[in-house]
Design a protein around this ligand. Structure first.
Ligand code: PMP
Length: 416
């Protein structure tokens, strides 16, 4: 056991009532689908309930007590998120519905304003669909060129190609920090330095990094960063776009409506300052306030401890799973080169069958293309099974996964 970090998993597990669930008539739940969404601790649920019970109100526009309280609670979370990622100014934190909306905001508000036909946008073969499709839509609408840094067989990006692909025509590199499909940790600092040499902006999809690793936006040097609360103990329907102040300030609004305006006349309107300019309509107030409790929870544990725990679990899982007959584990060989994600296949067994049998045994994993079809195409498979870990997972959970896999291989007669 790696003892160089401090994380009281038994205590943590007591905060997650879902872990007490049984599924399929009596199997104890082993939750290994954290890359899709994490569980939520009682502290987050309690904070959401507290808001609706004691402070329920709309924000930014009321003078009555509840509205003032709700506004203060909501804005405090903006500062908390800013501190969590070390933003210079909390106005650089825009609340959205999630990573997907954050990326769409940049594509539409920055891309439509500043990109011209034939300008080059660089993404990678490892992206989640939410960092591919919005750029394709922009390409089809205004004629930009979209280029993909290819993936190598070992699940890493081909950095030699990246180096030649990022050139003076590149206007933005939009890239994931950690692949949701394979777990690969991307050398984001290197990508940023290549982009900066060419004067290009960088958007980092941090959906799989901010929940698991310490991220410091100032030392990273990117221009935009997107992530979702629901993958880091917070509620669904809340996300963040962080962007450098001057760049956000120069962009056009994304959605029009209430809260994002300064003045509205019959013939024209003017915009509010950031962050309001990008937060049209009533936001998910209760969700943002619950997200604050999630950040407190993660801060109490410490992101370094979270990362160390996940490396320990991933290392253990890689060692155990390699002995499963007929298994192929995709992505980097070493735990330190991955987030807590293991994508795999069993010879002659469809990933959905594996997922089903694991579920019969209480083990929740994801089987499918993980919203990353280009990765599946590069691997030459239609789908994989993905087990993904978080703070409440244990080595016993991985043993349960491996036991479920031996039930599967026995049933399908898979031999090594
Ligand atoms: N990017 C990555 C790397 C992801 O893992 C996900 C979620 N699976 C997303 C983007 C999209 O996040 P959301 O669905 O919360 O918008």
């Amino acid at each position: 056991m790696n003892t160089s970090y401090q994380l009281d998993v038994d205590k943590i597990r007591r905060d997650f009532p879902t872990l007490k669930r049984e599924v399929n008539s009596g199997a104890s739940l082993v939750y290994l689908d954290n890359a899709a969404t994490s569980l939520r601790p009682i502290q987050v649920m309690a904070q959401i309930t507290r808001f609706y019970r004691d402070h329920n109100s709309n924000i930014h526009r009321g003078v009555h007590t509840l509205s003032v309280e709700a506004t203060e609670m909501f804005e405090n979370i903006r500062s908390k998120v800013g501190k969590f990622i070390n933003a210079e100014d909390s106005r650089e934190v825009i609340f959205t519905r999630g990573t997907t909306e954050s990326i769409n905001l940049v594509v539409n508000s920055w891309g439509r304003k500043f990109l011209k036909p034939n300008d080059e946008v660089i993404i990678s073969e490892l992206e989640h669909h939410s960092n591919i499709v919005p750029w394709q839509m922009l390409r089809d609408s205004i004629g930009i060129k979209l280029k993909y840094i290819p993936m190598l067989d070992n699940g890493h990006l081909d950095m030699d190609v990246a180096e030649s692909m990022i050139n003076s025509k590149t206007k933005i590199v939009s890239i994931t920090a950690v692949s949701n499909a394979l777990g690969t940790i991307i050398p984001i600092e290197k990508v940023i330095s290549l982009a900066k040499k060419q004067g290009a902006l960088v958007l980092v999809d941090c959906a799989q990094s901010v929940p698991h690793l310490k991220v410091d936006v100032q030392s990273l040097g990117a221009d935009f960063m997107a992530f979702s609360a629901h993958k880091m103990l917070g509620p669904t329907g809340v996300g963040v776009l962080w962007g450098k102040f001057d760049i956000l300030d120069s962009m056009d609004p994304f959605l029009g409506g209430g809260d994002m305006i300064l003045t509205v006349n019959m013939d024209h309107s003017t915009w509010a300052e950031i962050p309001s300019k990008f937060e049209a309509g009533t936001p998910n107030i209760g969700g943002v306030i619950g997200f604050g409790a999630a950040i407190d929870y993660l801060n109490d544990i410490g992101m370094e401890n979270i990362r160390a725990h996940e490396v320990d679990l991933t290392d253990y899982a890689l060692q155990k799973m390699i002995d499963v007959p007929g298994i192929t584990i995709f992505g980097p060989n070493l735990a330190k080169e991955r987030g807590g994600v293991i994508s795999f296949a069993l010879e002659n067994v469809h990933p959905h069958d594996i997922g089903q049998i694991l579920d019969d045994n209480g083990v929740a994993v994801r089987a499918g293309h993980h919203c990353a079809q280009p990765v599946m195409n590069a691997l030459g498979v239609p789908a994989t099974v993905r087990a993904s870990f978080y703070i409440y997972n244990t080595r016993e959970d991985i043993d349960a996964l491996v036991n479920g896999l031996s039930v599967t291989t026995d049933l399908f007669g898979v031999k090594s």
